[in-house]
Ligand binder design. Structure first.
Ligand code: ZN
Length: 270
């Protein structure tokens, strides 16, 4: 499942091919996505210059100079690639023909992703429901502490709650809590102000490291015959149950919280 670093890497991978371009045509091969592409608005973005490509949480946003935007979410298995020649792979669902002659291809095996066109000034409900991601200035300690100080939810589920903080997925939630020595089962109301500060700091540090690791795959977004691969940083706890903790040499455990796997060291995290 693409997490924030993969989405940022995808954005950086396709950005050079969208800059100073416009879309000539959109081909919808299969519109059965989580939310089908709103075809009625495609006329608003055809032949309009692209202004900017941004990322917010796990959304890629393409802004056009006329005040319309396209928002893309990769869901569980979505990916984007740019190609010179048009040769479709299985699960290539939506194709954007660019003025350069390249095509931008949206591929999604499980079709939990979405592509929506909306008027930039108007709100887009999925983005509005999102809290800030760790890199946005709104994600400061006061905000975070205030949002969780009365919470009876576990800190692990708080980190996965996009309404509070967005862009942290299951893998990095385990890694962030390990880095801060906080047990994933501790409740939000029992997390101190200083620990909130540390959580935000480690979130940025770990996500930044992962984005940097993704830099090595940037070439995979253009003219490949296959889908761009996901990458991983050296994970310290995620997927390592039974292995030795790097801090204390006891074994890493796996527990299930809200139907999701959490990895932790019960000795180093409390
Ligand atoms: Zn340990």
């Amino acid at each position: 499942m693409p997490e924030l670093p993969e989405v940022e890497t995808t954005k950086r991978g396709i950005e050079p091919y969208l800059k100073e371009q416009f879309i000539k045509k959109i081909l919808i091969r299969n519109n059965k996505l989580r939310i089908p592409l709103n075809k009625n608005l495609t006329k608003e973005i055809i032949n309009i210059d692209i202004k900017e490509i941004k990322r917010r949480a796990k959304y890629i946003i393409v802004d056009f100079i006329n005040g319309y935007s396209v928002v893309i979410h990769l869901g569980m298995t979505g990916n984007l690639r740019v190609s010179k020649k048009i040769k479709y792979l299985k699960h290539d669902h939506i194709i954007f023909y660019l003025s350069s002659g390249n095509v931008l291809i949206y591929n999604d095996v499980r079709r939990f992703g979405l592509i929506q066109i909306y008027k930039t000034m108007e709100s887009f409900f999925l983005l509005d429901n999102n809290g800030p991601d760790p890199f946005e200035k709104e994600a400061n300690v006061d905000y975070f502490y205030d949002r969780i100080k009365n919470s009876n939810a576990s800190i692990k589920s708080i980190l996965l709650n996009n309404k509070i903080i967005s862009g942290i997925g299951n893998i990095y939630a385990s890694e962030i809590l390990f880095a801060t020595s906080i047990s994933p089962t501790r409740l939000g109301k029992n997390i101190s102000y200083d620990e909130c500060k540390n959580i935000l700091k480690e979130s940025r540090k770990i996500l930044k490291m992962a984005i940097k690791a993704g830099g090595t795959t940037l070439n995979d977004y253009f003219n490949t015959e296959s889908k761009p691969g996901y990458f991983k940083i050296q994970l310290k706890v995620y997927g390592r149950d039974g292995e030795k903790c790097q801090n204390c040499k006891s074994n890493i455990s796996k527990i299930i919280q809200n139907n999701r796997s959490t990895y932790l060291c019960k000795e180093s995290q409390s």
